[in-house]
Write a protein that binds this ligand. Structure first.
Ligand code: NAD
Length: 545
């Protein structure tokens, strides 16, 4: 685990740092709070707003995400926050309702939202109380079908956006643009631009994401998609998604499970996790708030699953292995034979298995199959994380550099996946998570080989996902890391490294655990409705935005 080398971030937390950054208008990154067993949830209430006809089932799902519903101060007659005009929603012509629920707060209501039936006019919003700092605000905009109705999103969020706590979350729930209805498509696509812009301006370590519910062709699909979004909402509404912002995640009515088996382990176990990250809140504590675990959680969402992580000896892969083990999986840690000592040490700590193997070996899939079969008869989670860079401008790039990067980062992923799927080694209900990169979206000087390989991963995921779901009952998704503090990025020249760190909405690099938490969410049984998605873990990097 690389502790943060981000000296600038630490400097901005000092008195001279605060003075200078203010005077010079320099970025002032807010230290992000990651998940830790002593502090597993966001602090404060969750405000639910409905901008149009409500999504059936969404309120119930939110109430199941471990949040205790209560009748919040915003439900009736509360005063608006400072600076916000009273009745702003009504004034702007919007229709919105607010309901507050909070983490662990004593229930004083039923949790049922007093929203109007679909199609009826919703009453104007009442603004929430002044004093509340909301941990999260969720706006249900799934019912918006016309651009004029977008005003309700403005009306809902305008009075409360300043009340979102530092490090809090804003989630807009929309639905997929309908290719047969250009009015609905315009309105729903507009939410994407809205979310991306709010993510860039909101600051303070807050994140803003769009959850797109895909109802599919079946009647009642929207409610089903809302049910399938539970694991995604749990992730986005937790400290685990600290470095995921400006993203659109689509969830369809795929196979999913309920709260009991998609819940995150909270508060118990993980004796190796450092305490103190919560108390200090400083950059160092945040940087070390990883899920360094020595035990496998028997009650975690991945309990009983067997996972294979390639490139697990260090960097992001080691953190992925630790996080999957924290959530209950038996992890097979694959890395090149030269890294066997590190992979074995990690596997030993996690109660997993080391597999020294070059993933480009012609018999790699067979050897994985043999290791998996010996262990548990089948594989449930396949994480393609191994990757390398061999940077040169194209004019200076040898065929050898090109081939090596393409083979490790892309071709081996296809070869191994094909064999494990076709031979039934990857079981029904399985999860494949590949590793792309923002370089595969935006391109990068000196990285024609690397960016090609990572863009190839995106093509692979999008094409295979529907077929793998239909034929094998397996989902295929990718994480696309931005600037993550690892040995790979530590080797980048200083000026480029510093630019990479700051050029995102959170003005800092991510940590391996940010990618690991995203992978663990996609690996859950409860994430069966998430398929074919490329989720950027980049703090909303400006590159490729
Ligand atoms: P890293 O170099 O720290 O770790 C990569 C691991 O892959 C190493 O343990 C290495 O031994 C292993 N590996 C390399 N070739 C292999 C092979 N042929 N067979 C088996 N294992 C092999 O890199 P990282 O920063 O942790 O990156 C992990 C993944 O994330 C890579 O796919 C990388 O492209 C991607 N990524 C990283 C960043 C970042 O900022 N660090 C950004 C975007 C994408």
């Amino acid at each position: 685990m690389v502790s943060t080398a981000d000296r600038y971030l630490r400097f901005t937390r000092t008195a001279p740092g605060r003075f200078l950054t203010r005077r010079l208008g320099l970025p002032r990154p807010e230290p992000l709070r990651r998940w830790s067993p002593v502090h597993p949830e966001l602090d404060g209430p969750l405000l639910r707003l409905t901008a149009a006809a409500p999504c059936p089932g969404l309120a119930a799902v939110l109430a199941r995400t471990g949040l205790e519903p209560r009748t919040g101060p915003g439900t009736a007659g509360a005063a608006p926050p400072p600076g916000a005009p009273a009745g702003a929603a009504a004034e702007a012509g919007g229709t919105a309702r607010v309901t507050a629920v909070s983490h662990g707060a004593p229930a004083s209501g039923t949790g049922a939202e007093a929203t109007p039936p679909p199609g009826s006019a919703a009453p104007a919003a009442t603004a929430p109380a002044v004093s509340v700092a909301y941990a999260a605000v969720v706006v249900d905009a799934t019912g918006i079908r016309e651009p004029e109705e977008l005003r309700a999103v403005h009306a809902a969020l305008h009075p409360v956006v300043r009340t979102v706590a530092t490090g809090g979350r804003v989630i807009v729930a929309g639905t997929v643009p309908d290719p047969d209805d250009h009015h609905q498509a315009a309105a729903q696509q507009a939410l994407d631009g809205f979310v991306r812009s709010l993510g860039k301006e909101i600051g303070g370590g807050r994140t803003v994401n769009l959850l797109r519910l895909d109802p599919g062709p079946a009647p009642g699909g929207l409610a089903e998609a809302a049910g399938a979004a539970e694991s995604t909402l749990r992730f986005l509404l937790s400290p685990k998604s600290a470095y995921v912002s400006g993203q659109t995640v689509t969830v369809g009515p795929g196979r999913h499970t309920t709260a009991t088996d998609s819940g995150s382990p909270t508060g118990t176990g993980n004796p190796g996790s450092p305490a103190g990250a919560r108390a200090t809140g400083d950059a160092d504590a945040a940087a070390t708030a990883t899920v360094s675990t020595a035990t496998v959680s028997p009650s975690g969402p991945l309990a009983g699953r067997t996972a294979l992580v390639t490139g697990a000896a260090g960097g992001i892969g080691a953190s992925v292995a630790e996080t999957l083990a924290r959530d209950g999986a038996h992890v097979i840690c694959l890395d090149v034979p030269a890294a066997e000592a590190q992979a074995s040490a990690l596997a030993g700590r996690l109660g997993g298995t080391a597999l020294p193997l070059d993933i480009t070996a012609p018999d790699a899939a067979e050897r994985i199959a043999a290791a998996v079969t010996a262990r548990s008869g089948g594989l449930d989670i396949l994480v393609h994380n191994a990757g390398i860079t061999r940077d040169r401008r194209l004019a200076n790039m040898s065929a050898g550099r090109w081939d090596q990067v393409l083979d490790i980062n892309l071709s081996s992923v296809l070869r191994v996946t094909d064999r494990l799927l076709e031979d039934g080694v990857l079981r029904r209900g399985g999860r494949i998570v590949a590793t792309a990169s923002i370089a595969g979206i935006a391109g990068n000087t000196g990285q024609t080989n690397y960016a090609a390989s990572k863009a190839g991963i995106i093509g692979f995921v999008r094409a295979l996902a529907p077929r793998a779901a239909a034929e094998y009952g397996v989902t295929v998704n990718a994480v696309a890391p931005g600037f993550i503090e690892t040995a790979m990025t530590a080797a980048v020249p200083f000026a480029i490294r510093e630019a990479g760190r700051r050029m995102n909405s959170l003005a800092q690099g991510g940590l391996p655990v940010d990618v690991a938490e995203t992978t663990a969410w996609l690996a859950q049984d409860g994430s069966g409705g998430v398929n074919g998605q490329i989720v950027r873990v980049c703090g909303q990097s400006l590159l490729g935005a």
